[in-house]
Design a protein around this ligand. Structure first.
Ligand SMILES: [Zn+2]
Length: 627
């Protein structure tokens, strides 16, 4: 068939008229957070619509969480009206995050009401975990809104208003239009400037009765907005704030440019919120225990969290794997390059933790030795390579601790630290000390400084970037790192940097810190048990003495050599076993039954450290030195 020229012109005209009329809608959103202590948030939206089917999405794939874990199960109170009349709606049968609303003839706008049910009892996890207490909350916008199908999140505009409990302070990177006090009890109402849906969801709000703002840098401004369950939790020694000022300075020196207008560390200190860190372009949502700043031991254990999340503003938000830069929150993300997104971030986070003084070089080395030891005792690498830990990330993020050493976990974080250290060492060796991974970061993530924007990359771009810094078989290096099955962890970086992993009988300061906080009792590298202080066996390492004797995850240690278990009793028995031929006898409870297991183990206590290898230059100390 032949299209007539005239018809063609008409078609083009019609087409351009259609696209002209298709202006992306502006949605107004009102969120009432005054019931935060009851852990329910109310929201109202006005959504432009036309008669027929209005398809709305609840955000499913949450940026930075790398998984379809939007908390749709906590969406309640859903009601749609137009001109005061209630509208029919139905959930899509193929996708639980999709809602279809029947819009009657003549209507141009739909009013939506919804509630978000924030976990009422403690739930771990990411931003869908516990987020509200009697004294504070973090509001993640993706949890309190719907968005219309057919538009990129960059193109949809949201005008948001947020009402907070009386007297509560707040911090957020989202630009504010105005604030006012409303109602009889003086609730705070914040009207935000119109923002794209992308920016809105990327800009959470931290709020609370006890909230402290600490300025860390000017030009561009960087601040910490710290909310806690008590005023006392907000007063650490001054050098804590100084170390975070160093963090901003050292990170900007590392990259040589930045990609935010201003940056807010949103830091939650509470024993009743989920503990994790989530990155954004211009902020992070990081949450630790209430005493995370004031308690020295807790502070050391959490020292790497904010450096990691801050690095993400460059690596993850600005430079992003193409498969993670989706047009909205409905399209699946592809996690295959998380060994760059999370792995490089994890390595740079450890480097900046040392460079900023949040950990001393010795503490940073202790920390690295624990990472190396854990990965070196991961038999699951026999069947699952590093690439598959990234490919399976949406599932692995939610896997239990039981069988972790055989299943493997999201190892692209910690193994990324070892691999990118190795890459850093290779660059330093190949360039005879003239170049380092910092040069790659400046090339890949650096100048010119911009506001928030996304520049995507592929595997080839990473290889090409590294080759621009120093020519090497980077494709071969990374292919081997991603596909090998060991045995053991990739320790080439540690060894090339002039150090080696050794085990001795005295736990390092960082190891003792982990035990002191009650998180674990470190007997993983002696008898092969991941143990909690109360005797709960969270995992056993395949091939090590406990597993060989028949002990498995989920059991509970009751007695050691017939004496009631305590960490001290177990440690004494390990020490005494060195000079005895008798087996170590563990009485263990398993699904209401008690069994005694005999472990033929005489190796004593074993704790990891890094020891200097004097035959090689000390590159690691060079890497950890402040710029
Ligand atoms: Zn991360």
């Amino acid at each position: 068939m032949k299209l007539s020229r005239v018809l063609g012109v008409v078609c083009i005209l019609l087409f351009s008229l259609l696209s002209w009329s298709a202006t992306p809608p502006t949605v107004t959103l009102f969120v009432d957070a005054t019931s935060t202590p009851r852990k329910i948030f109310h929201a109202k939206l006005k959504i432009p619509a036309s008669p027929g089917d209005l398809t709305l999405y609840y955000p499913k794939w949450i940026p930075g969480e790398h998984a379809p874990d939007g908390p749709v199960i906590d969406l309640a109170g859903l009601k749609f009206t137009a001109s005061g009349k209630t509208l029919k709606w139905r959930r899509d049968l193929l996708d639980g995050f999709t809602i279809h609303v029947d819009v009657p003839a003549g209507e141009k706008e739909v009013d939506a009401e919804l509630d978000f049910l924030s976990p009422a009892t403690f739930e771990g996890g990411f931003s869908a975990g516990s987020s509200a207490t009697d004294k504070m909350a973090v509001i993640s916008w993706n949890q309190v809104l719907l968005y219309p199908k057919g538009w990129k999140s960059d193109d949809l505009t949201y005008v948001a208003t947020l009402k907070l409990p009386p007297g509560w302070k707040y911090g957020t990177p989202l630009p504010i239009a105005s604030t006012s006090l409303t109602g009889q009890n003086g609730d705070t109402q914040i009207i935000f400037q119109p923002a794209s849906l992308t920016t809105l969801i990327d800009s959470p709000v931290i709020t609370g009765e006890f909230l402290k703002v600490i300025k860390l840098a000017d030009n561009p401004p960087v601040e910490m907005d710290v909310a806690a369950d008590s005023a006392a939790a907000l007063n650490p020694p001054q050098d804590v704030w100084d170390h975070y000022k160093n963090l901003v300075e050292q990170t900007n020196k590392l990259f040589g440019a930045h990609h935010y207008r201003d940056y807010h560390f949103l830091y939650s200190l509470s024993d009743h919120v989920a503990h994790f860190g989530l990155e954004h372009h211009e902020s992070d949502d990081s949450r630790v225990g209430e005493r995370g700043l004031v308690d020295e031991g807790e502070r050391k254990l959490e020292a790497g969290l904010l450096p990691h999340e801050y690095v993400h503003s460059w690596n993850g938000k600005y430079r992003r794997p193409a498969g993670l830069a989706t047009p909205d929150y409905e399209q699946p993300m592809q996690d295959d390059l998380l060994w760059v997104y999370e792995g490089l971030t994890n390595y740079l986070g450890t480097v900046l933790t040392a460079r900023s003084g949040l950990l001393t070089p010795e503490q940073a080395r202790d920390d690295l030795s624990m990472t190396a030891a854990a990965l070196d005792h991961t038999p699951g690498r026999e069947w699952r390579n590093l690439q598959d830990t990234a490919d399976a990330a949406p599932e692995l993020y939610f896997s239990p601790q039981a069988w972790e050493s055989w299943r493997r976990s999201t190892d692209f974080y910690d193994e990324g630290t070892l691999d990118w250290l190795w890459a850093d060492v290779i660059i330093r060796q190949q360039s005879k000390g003239k170049k380092s991974l910092d040069d790659f970061c400046q090339l890949f993530h650096g100048a010119p400084s911009t506001g928030p924007m996304v520049k995507t990359y592929t595997f080839d771009d990473v290889v090409n970037g590294l080759n621009q810094v120093v020519p090497y078989d980077w494709r071969g290096f990374w292919t081997e790192r991603l596909t090998n099955h060991g045995p053991g962890a990739p320790l080439g970086g540690i060894e090339g940097s002039g150090w080696k992993v050794v085990y001795d009988e005295s736990p390092s300061e960082m190891d003792r810190g982990g035990e002191g906080s009650g998180r674990f009792i470190d007997v993983a590298y002696s008898i092969g048990i991941d143990l909690r202080e109360d005797g709960t066996i969270t995992d056993t390492i395949e091939g090590m003495p406990a597993a060989l004797a028949g002990i498995g995850p989920g059991m509970k240690l009751i007695a050691v050599n017939r004496r009631h278990y305590s960490p001290e009793v177990l440690r004494d028995a390990l020490r005494e076993g060195k000079s005895s031929t008798a087996p170590l006898e563990l009485l263990v409870e398993n699904t209401d039954y008690f069994n005694t297991y005999k472990l033929d183990y005489h190796g004593g206590e074993r704790y990891p450290h890094l020891a200097r290898d004097e035959s090689k230059p000390d590159l690691l100390s060079e890497i950890y030195k402040a710029k």
